[in-house]
Design a protein around this ligand. Sequence first.
Ligand SMILES: [Zn+2]
Length: 330
Amino acid sequence: MTATQYGIGVDLGGTNLRIAAVSPTGEILEKIALDTEVKEGRERVIADMCGAIEELCGRMGSGRPAGIGIGVPGIINLGTGMIRQSPNLPGWSDFPVRADIENRLNTQVILENDANAAALGEKWVGAGKDVSGLCMLTLGTGIGGGIILDGHIWHGRDGMAGELGHMTIDPNGQLCGCGNLGCIEAYASATAIAHMAHAAINVGRSPALSRAAEEVGELTAEIVFIMAQQGDRVAREIFDLVGRSLGVAVANLINAFNLPLYVLGGGVARGWEAFRQPLLEEVQKRSVVYRATTPRIEPSALGAEAGLLGAAYLPFQHAAPGGAASASKA
Ligand SMILES: [Zn+2]
């Protein structure tokens, strides 16, 4: 029996740690999901991750993986293989993550920003499989971004390109976690949606949202979406602002890149129907390049698997002729 060829993808989130063995054509062959024990510290999380990778490789039989791609929620330095800044992984900054994991597993490890990995996954086997370039926003707790040009992640000089969640859409706007005012993250992330709903409750604007909050204990973006679908006026206003804010951001991206596809992923993208219309109206109004070229603007095709698949694709892409060179150089 010949050994199955596969790559290992890791989606290292602040809450969930997911690891998959993926075939060269993008099928998930085996998967392990764990909690990320962030509170137990970096050493514990890396040990859990490496243990799960070894277990997965054991399940795959005698062959060795093509390599390991790890998507991490933070700004990373590709040259050093270190995380520069990650609010979700306190204590990981300026630690040689890549070298440490390579030493433990004796296999090539490719570290990548999680949103970059998600964009690459969509390019590989998702919404962008028929285009050579795309831009993706991942709308989760925060907002990440990834830019794919000619099939490869655009890294910039150090690997920090694509921080699209910190694009300013209002110069005097809401304070963002990064220290800037008016980032798109402060308007269209799950955190921002929950924050807007709480603000409406606090001023007594929405008894319905208030009741929903009391019932479930914690008001989430998903509940606000359900309320919007049920016609609640305040919930609909919130998603209208989400859509308009995203429209401003996407119009800027279209004007900057002239790509064929813009993908919206992450948990908030499940609310696509509640913000699609205001988003498209803003883009139509604001982007001359959109009006001239009408690129596709779509929700993610891979959902929660985008980052995992993109991470697993990294070792295949690096192994391809010219892959590593064009992938790591800006
Ligand atoms: Zn910001």
